[in-house]
Design a protein around this ligand. Sequence first.
Ligand code: SAM
Length: 318
Amino acid sequence: MGSEKYGKLRTYKSHRHFKIILVAIPTIITLSTTKCYQLLFHTNFPTINIITKSSPLKWSESNIAAYMKQHPQRAYFSRLMVDGGFQAGMEVGAADGRFTQHFLQDMKRTTDAKERTSSSHLQQWYKKWFPSRSRQWAWTMVEPYPNDELNQKYDVRDDGASGQWNRDGLLENVDLSFIKRKSLSYVFDIPDESHDFIYLDGDHSFAGVKAELPRFWDKVREGGVLAGSDYCNIDSKKVENSLPCKGCENVPKCQPSTELGVSSSGKDIVKAVQEWLMEKNDDRLTLYHIDEDFTNDSLSGEITNTRNPSWFIVKPLN
Ligand SMILES: C[S@@+](CC[C@H](N)C(=O)[O-])C[C@H]1O[C@@H](n2cnc3c(N)ncnc32)[C@H](O)[C@@H]1O
């Protein structure tokens, strides 16, 4: 009786061990191949990038704020992707694609430089045969009215295959998506906490931006950045009506040297962002803005013709 019971116990134990081994071996193999891949290719699996909530390599809020203070131009947001551990970004209101192009160029320059110094044959072989798995970043452009200039760079009809960006190799390292929809019709299709950087530059009306803010905020991962354009007061003589939120004081002036003249929507964006921040009532949130320090000469660069300040908020880690 006793030995029968003991025998059952042994069978039960060996079953349990078998089950543990069944789970443990594939887990160890998956983890170790992932690690080997990362060590070999100095990168993460792109598919994991999209799913992972937050990269451990991501810059902290204080790093981001200090960096953007030292480099007060929105062009430097691309460095968050390249150096700051950000993986998935989005521009809402892509217009003719100049700002997106700047990000793509920065990513390509960085990857090319890295490959020149550390690329192995195996790495090159992997990139050639598994191009989609080798992509390090994901980028989405949202633009309901793609114009001819954008179509020349990224022809939306053939997913960019015949456009200039593809010919220049700008799409090699980036999983690029083009969404021909308005922000508020698309936002519900984006998974929550799926993006590290979202730049709002589409709708510039008070009601539009106010409606976008909470919805796009949900799409930003912890440690990521929600940002937007045209955060400024149009009338330099008027005293600004800042709300008592963190970072809301000292609203910058709209700058006169833009291709469109002074933005008239700036004050609506200031009001929408500050009101939303007050409603969030979360004392961990700070509103930052970038005093664009372009000169008149650099305004005519490829990136942008606008020097209106951008705003940004970093999503705290929970
Ligand atoms: C000021 S431009 C964007 C400039 C561009 N981000 C840049 O930095 O070069 C605004 C763009 O937003 C687009 N737009 C307008 N309403 C939109 C909306 N609700 N959702 C997304 N894009 C929108 C317009 O078609 C236009 O191309």
